[in-house]
Design a protein around this ligand. Structure first.
Ligand SMILES: Nc1ncnc2c1ncn2[C@@H]1O[C@H](COP(=O)(O)OP(=O)(O)O)[C@@H](O)[C@H]1O
Ligand SMILES: [Mg+2]
Length: 203
């Protein structure tokens, strides 16, 4: 098995599984953290990731198909393509299709009550047809909370340029009936943030 990269919590390996190109995401132990405490986090995040990834696929979103999961690892279909953060760093990228895709995929997740938890270009892979795929469901949740969904919008907004965000949010609103509610919640969160910033300045 070939190690592809090391994330904050997990090592990523490339492998073949039943003839398919697959990715194994193995959550490492953290030597400096108390074992029993982190052990529970490791296990629950792995389990959560496997569940939510499956739920995302069932909901019709473009997410990797789960192949199998163990206590500390999820094995999934490998998505061929380039990460959106890398793509956006290149010149002459046709952004319209990918930005619309990014908004539409989030709308699909939200309509199925899934909040992604880390919806940024680093967790999007764009394939050769410019189709957008969502990865990294480690912090995702099945939730009825508007706030969790609005946080997805906030993260997306902060990680994109103004112009890119306007394309993605326009597509999000077009694909999600209840989009006005999440957008209102986003505004409320941003107001709260501005208010807190102001009161910090007066200290
Ligand atoms: N299904 C996949 N197909 C292709 N590459 C993947 C896949 N899952 C993860 N990767 C690669 O591994 C990296 C880390 O995976 P990710 O799930 O985002 O973990 P982390 O929690 O460390 O951000 C990604 O940025 C991507 O490059
Ligand atoms: Mg990631």
């Amino acid at each position: 098995m070939e190690k592809m990269t090391e994330g904050a919590e997990a090592d990523i390996f490339k492998l073949k599984f039943m003839g398919l190109d697959a990715i194994l995401k193995y959550r490492r132990a953290k030597p400096y953290m108390e074992k029993s405490l982190y052990e529970n986090i490791r296990i629950s995040r792995t389990k959560n990731e496997a569940k939510l990834m499956m739920l995302a696929v069932y909901s019709g979103a473009s997410a990797p198909k789960l192949l199998f999961a163990t206590k500390y690892a999820v094995c999934m279909e490998a998505i061929k393509g380039i990460r959106l953060d890398e793509m956006l760093a290149m010149k002459h990228v046709n952004r319209v299709k990918v930005m619309r895709g990014m908004g539409a995929e989030l709308a699909m997740l939200h309509s199925s009550m899934i909040a992604h938890g880390d919806y940024t270009p680093a967790n999007i892979i764009v394939d050769e047809t410019m189709k957008v795929h969502v990865i990294d469901f480690g912090l995702s949740e099945y939730t009825f909370s508007l706030e969790d969904k609005a946080i997805d919008l906030l993260l997306m907004k902060r990680s994109l340029s103004k112009k890119d965000y306007s394309m993605s949010i326009e597509s999000y609103a077009r694909h999600l009936e209840s989009a006005t509610k999440t957008l209102e919640k986003l505004e409320e969160i941003e107001q709260r943030g501005r208010y807190q910033d102001r009161s910090m300045n007066h200290r």
